[in-house]
Every structure is written in structure tokens, then in C-alpha cells.
Design a protein around this ligand. Structure first.
Ligand code: BJ8
Length: 384
């Protein structure tokens, strides 16, 4: 990252990271670096990182291959699942193409059933995620699934994953989480220093950078620069402050953030899997049992696939307070039943306990609802 550049240019470079990542992935493959594709935040990335593999997120975020996917999958299915399958089926995603193995988890029904078909043209391993975080049986199952994944990776790549290397990977991933957190927590400043779009560009872009040490350095330097310029007076106008929660966003679903920010408010924080849900909690580096430490961190992710799901409420509540939120917008991808059903409890919590306005919106990967999104955001923001 060239710090002599203006900040908007630097943010745009992060936004370009996905495309640049294609070449980086090709270069890694030419050097025989193993590549592990993932679909979900529950995947313990420390295991592939421990033997020097690259990890890449395969959740597709455009509607380019949805039509091809609908030849095999129902139309009324979450666009994230259809698009992910479509990119795999058509080989249009270089990251999917370069992945030696894809690791999924039994999260929502659509995803776990889709993996069965994905397994017809790719090496897929599905980890059995419990439905609940509340029981010892659930914890034990998840810990044993992590140990099982270690064995699968060792066999697949003919390597030994040593405990000391897992520890190093835990430290590296934690440092990356701390750097990203240090950056997105700039959203707490009031008036804001960065738009939500800029925060999202850095969060999304970082998932496609393979050299973690470089990313940590870049993100830390960027955060330092933004804070310094803020002190020197580079501030945004005060506007209503929104926390976004719900399904993962990025790619085409940036349209929601744009609709919020073009209609009079700023997104100051993302509670979803593109933001704090994945990053907020670190892996305990002091735990003597690395598998306990990994199981504890990953199982605590507050996804709506869990029942009950108190960790989402806990994190969202903290974020509403710390980011001085004026409102919450819950983004539901079409046909995502778990997040759609959970809107009721999130609404009760935000309106009742936090006493601020809440709105849920359902969207997909098309551009057809942009007008409607603008209308709804305008009405919501006027009320704040
Ligand atoms: S930890 S949010 S990344 S499962 S939106 S495919 S839930 S129908 S993406 Fe997710 Fe992991 Fe949870 Fe995060 Fe299903 Fe809903 Fe689609 Fe979803």
C-alpha cells in the first residue's frame, strides 16, 4: 500500500483486491501452495494456515451464474447458495477452480444440501456443526469435527499439522482480527471518519489477500492514517448512524449500504459475517488445548443457524451502544429462513430494549429492487 496516495484511492485498492486476488491465487498454485476454499465463518482457518496453505472465501456475491444454478437448484433458494453453486458448476470463479478442497459446514439447510451436489465436481468436506452452542455435547462434537478436519487435511495434502504450528497460526489470525477490528472500530468516532462503504471495502478486500502479514501491516497503517487525518479535521458531516446486521453482504449486496448512505445516513458498523461476527472474538492463545481454544471461538459465532442464538443479541447490543447507533437495519437474503425468522427477536430487542428504530429488508443479488431500497431507506432515515 502506497501511503502517499489519497485515502479514497487506497479504499478503492482494497475494493479491487478480489480481482487482483485471482492472479495472486494463480501464482500461489504455480508454486504448489495448497488452497482451501471456504463458504462460512465457522471454518477454523488456523488449520490450513498452520501448514502454509492459502484460504479463500468462495461465497459468491454476484448474480452472474444464478441462471445456471437454477437448472439444478430451486429458484426460491438463497442467492448466496445459488451463486456459490453456480460459480462452482460453471468454473467461472478462479478461486473455486484453484481450490484443492472445499470445506463446508452443516449450517443452514440449503447450504448443506447444496454441498452434496458440489461434491460431484469438487473435493468437498463438510464439518458437522451442532445446532446449539449451549450444550457440552455440542461443544464436544465441534471439537471432534475440528480434529477430524485436521486429519482430512493431513491426508489430502500429505502433511503433518503440528500443534506448535497451529499456535503460530492462531497468533497470526488473531493479529489479523485485531488489525481489522482496529480499523472498523474507527466507526465509533462521531462524527464519522469513514463511510460504511469504505469500511466494507477494507473488510471485503482483506478476505482476498493471501499474505496475512502484509494485510495486517496495511490495515494497521491505514487505520493510523485515517485517525491522524481525523485529528487534522478530515471528518464527515454528522448524520444518523446505522448498524447493519443479518446475512453476509459484499459484492452486489453493497447496494444496501449505498442505499443507506445515498439517502441521508452512515453505516457505522457491520455486525454480520463481513464484519464483527467473524472478527470480534479472538482465539484464546493461553489455552493449553489448541482444539478447545479453536472450538470455543468458532462455536461462539452468533449465526441464526444456532438455536438459541444469544451471542448475536449480545454482540449487536454492545455495538448499538459503542457506535451510538440511531437505527438498525437487518439485511435478509431472499429465502434465508433462519435470519428471516430471527428478525422478530432482533426487532423486539432493538425496539424494546435498546429503544431505537429497526427495519428489516429482504433482498437478492439482482439490481431490480434498488428503487424500492432507496424508497424504504429514505422513509426509515427520515424517522430517525
Ligand atoms: S456464520 S451467516 S457465513 S452460515 S444467507 S447461506 S444462512 S440461507 S451465509 Fe452464513 Fe456462516 Fe452463518 Fe455467517 Fe444460508 Fe441464510 Fe443463505 Fe447464509
Amino acid at each position: 500500500m502506497d501511503l502517499r496516495k489519497e485515502l479514497p484511492q487506497i479504499f478503492d485498492e482494497f475494493a479491487e483486491a478480489r480481482r487482483n486476488g485471482f492472479i495472486a491465487a494463480k501464482n500461489l498454485k504455480e508454486k504448489n501452495v495448497p488452497m482451501v476454499g471456504t463458504f462460512c465463518t465457522y471454518m477454523p482457518q488456523e488449520l490450513p494456515l498452520a501448514f502454509g496453505a492459502a484460504v479463500v472465501s468462495l461465497c459468491a456475491t454476484s448474480d452472474e451464474t444464478i441462471q445456471e444454478a437454477e437448472a439444478d437448484l430451486p429458484k426460491n433458494l438463497c442467492p448466496l447458495i445459488k451463486s456459490s453453486y453456480g460459480f462452482g458448476k460453471t468454473d467461472k470463479c478462479p478461486f473455486f477452480y484453484f481450490s484443492d478442497i472445499v470445506v463446508g459446514e452443516t449450517t443452514c439447510d440449503g447450504k448443506k444440501k447444496m454441498y452434496e451436489y458440489l461434491g460431484e465436481f469438487k473435493d468437498v468436506h463438510v464439518m458437522e456443526l451442532p445446532n446449539s452452542q449451549a450444550t457440552k455435547e455440542g461443544f464436544d462434537l465441534w471439537k471432534s469435527e475440528i480434529i477430524k478436519l485436521k486429519g482430512i487435511l493431513e491426508k489430502k495434502f500429505d502433511v503433518e499439522i503440528k500443534e506448535e504450528d497451529i499456535r503460530k497460526a492462531i497468533k497470526l489470525k488473531n493479529d489479523e482480527r485485531k488489525a481489522l477490528k482496529n480499523m472498523y472500530e474507527i466507526g465509533k468516532l462521531n462524527p464519522p471518519a469513514m463511510t460504511g462503504m469504505d469500511i466494507l471495502k477494507v473488510l471485503y478486500g482483506s478476505t482476498f489477500k493471501f499474505d496475512k502479514n502484509d494485510t495486517i501491516k496495511e490495515v494497521n497503517e491505514l487505520a493510523q492514517r485515517v485517525k491522524k487525518e481525523y485529528e487534522q479535521g478530515r471528518r464527515l458531516d454528522p448524520k444518523p448512524r446505522i448498524v447493519v446486521t443479518g446475512c453476509p453482504i459484499g459484492g452486489v449486496t453493497e447496494k444496501v449500504v449505498k442505499a443507506i448512505e445515498e439517502n441521508g445516513a452512515y453505516v457505522v458498523a457491520f455486525e454480520n459475517c463481513m464484519g464483527a461476527k467473524a472478527i470480534d472474538k479472538l482465539v484464546d492463545e493461553t489455552n493449553e488445548d489448541v482444539y478447545d481454544a479453536l472450538a470455543e471461538k468458532y462455536l461462539s459465532i452468533g449465526c441464526s443457524c444456532m438455536t438459541p442464538n444469544p451471542n448475536r443479541i449480545d454482540l449487536l447490543g454492545r455495538m448499538i451502544d459503542e457506535y451510538q447507533a440511531d437505527g438498525v437495519i437487518d439485511v435478509i437474503l431472499q429465502a434465508c429462513h433462519t435470519y428471516a425468522v430471527e428478525t422478530l427477536s432482533i426487532k423486539r430487542f432493538v425496539n424494546g430494549e435498546k429503544e431505537i428504530p429497526y427495519m428489516s429488508i429482504e433482498t437478492d443479488y439482482s439490481q431490480s429492487d434498488i428503487g424500492q431500497l432507496n424508497t424504504r431507506m429514505t422513509a426509515f432515515i427520515e424517522m430517525l
